[in-house]
Design a protein around this ligand. Structure first.
Ligand SMILES: [Zn+2]
Length: 164
């Protein structure tokens, strides 16, 4: 991204906004050369960050992949596809606005976990068990304790179960 005044390539993003329809990111940038500010408009597809996996491999961010993982965790739970779409959309929006070139999968996993936590505790634990790859029952119980800890708002009583 070249400065229109002095043609320096280096600049820093000082503000980043996604358009209402979610297709264009408007960025305010400050040139590292002349310190003047300019605005760029970038198509969302061009600014999607690469996802960096644990083994260092990089791949394009796929919302369908995240959705698939989510719906697996929410199987037979009272969670609608619409709720899951909303989670993924919020995540996507956040990634666009961050404007990073690369995002570790761990970051995405944690963000999805956080969103699930407010939606369905069972789905949360399922997703955590796959994503965090608990090595034993103690790690699993630790996560449960964390979820149901003193900060939990949950009222005592049986969990309502939806029959499949
Ligand atoms: Zn400049």
């Amino acid at each position: 991204m070249k400065c229109p005044f002095c043609l320096t390539f280096e600049n820093r993003v000082i503000d980043s906004r996604l358009s209402r329809d979610g297709t264009v990111v408007r960025r305010r940038r400050e040139c590292s050369g002349c310190e003047r500010r300019f605005t760029t408009y970038e198509r969302v597809e061009e600014v999607l960050p690469m996802v960096v996996k644990k083994n260092g491999a990089r791949e394009v961010f796929h919302r369908t992949k995240v959705l698939r993982g989510l719906s697996r965790a929410c199987e037979k739970r009272p969670v609608t596809m619409e709720q899951l779409e909303t989670i993924v959309e919020a995540l996507e929006r956040e990634l666009h606005e961050a404007g990073e070139a690369e995002i570790p999968t761990s970051y995405i996993g944690e963000r999805v976990l956080e969103s699930l936590r407010g939606v369905d505790d069972v789905a949360y634990i399922r997703f955590a068990s796959v994503y965090r790859d608990f090595r034993n029952i103690h790690e699993f119980l630790d996560e449960l304790r964390h979820l149901l800890g003193p900060g939990s708002q949950r009222a005592p009583g049986p969990e309502p179960e939806l029959e499949p």
